[in-house]
Design a protein around this ligand. Sequence first.
Ligand code: HSE
Length: 432
Amino acid sequence: MINVGIIGFGIVGSGTARVLLENKEVIQRRAGFAINLKRIADLDITTDRGFPVPDGVLTTDVNTVFNDPEIQIVVELIGGIRPAKDFILKAIQNGKHVVTANKALLATEGTEIFQAARKAGVEVGFEASVAGAIPIIKVMKEGLVANRIKAIYGIINGTSNYILTKMTDEDVEFADALKEAQKLGYAEADPTFDIEGIDTAHKLTILATLAYGIPLSYSSVHIEGISKISAQDIAFATEFGYKVKLLAITKETNGDIELRVHPTMLPKDYLIAKVDGPFNAIYVEGDATGSTMYYGRGAGSIPTGSAVASDIVDIARNIQKNSVGRVPTIPEFTGEARIRKIDDIVSRYYFRFSALDKPGVLSKISGILGKYNISITSVIQKGRRIGEAVPLVVLTHEAKEKDVRQAIAEIDTLQVVTGPTCMIRVEGKEET
Ligand code: HSE
């Protein structure tokens, strides 16, 4: 039997406890021994979480988790940086293995935690930190261990995906879709991390470290969220045969690694473009496997609890077989991480210019695009309002981001351009 203590009895904490308690037998049958949930520490132990917890398990004193010599695995599920980090470091110092779902902490301060764990000879499980129920961490560490990873494209924030899906299906603006997401409990009261791409970037940081063996590089991720996407852009995307998704992208080209999070137009018949609502999906291309894709619930109490429980069982199995550290927590990093700057990426682009509807405007804009080597594939102008502003939409062939930025800056100073240009990157094979 292995004893476990959970710190944090919120959404994920209660889901984990429930999975461990309600699926106790199935876990025991598969593992060959019992996982005993010995303690759950939280400041609030009186609110009913909707399932019975055995007597004596709940406590408001977190020290009863750290200081119990029988507890071998401490599960941190309070989220945020502090005091979560202190709790994790304390558990490690006390020789406990740790399981956490805390992507913000791992992406930004994980190096210190992983070093402390290595020194103490304990494991840190973090399956639930990326894409909730989807076992993507295990896939990256074990299933794809024999592959060079060419690229990862992920929809790994359910809140943003729900909002973009609603905007697409119901032709509503961002603010209304966000309100609906909040009403349904998908978005946090402060939804900044979800809608501004920060949560996605935290998760991408972890995936890129596993894929490429680079140090955790959150500060190098280029991050754009979805709050500036309008219903109009989504309608144009539909017209061109695309869906707009908030994508986490990491890929390797000649030793350079791209790390970026931004709204992206994807051909609507791509499998990943069909991932709608609050669901997550991760497309991973390995040199041996070719295309693979993983789909499921990226959030939610019990689905995320399932991922936490899988880490607990993995670590417990290693403890039982004296094989702690059999699968390294993160790869040992050697060499130099070459992160490609966003200016140096190459992509296709969608531009929506707000331009006056009068002769010569398109030639002025296309002249500047041409000057920066940006070649146009399609143009749409909607409406006919002579002398007034109308949206002028342009799709391009592949271009360098630096050229695109310079061209837009110049176009936005034109007198015939009445507002800032909207730019969305376009992925997928170009039609020929
Ligand atoms: N807030 C996240 C999401 C869930 O919307 O996907 C937890 O990672």
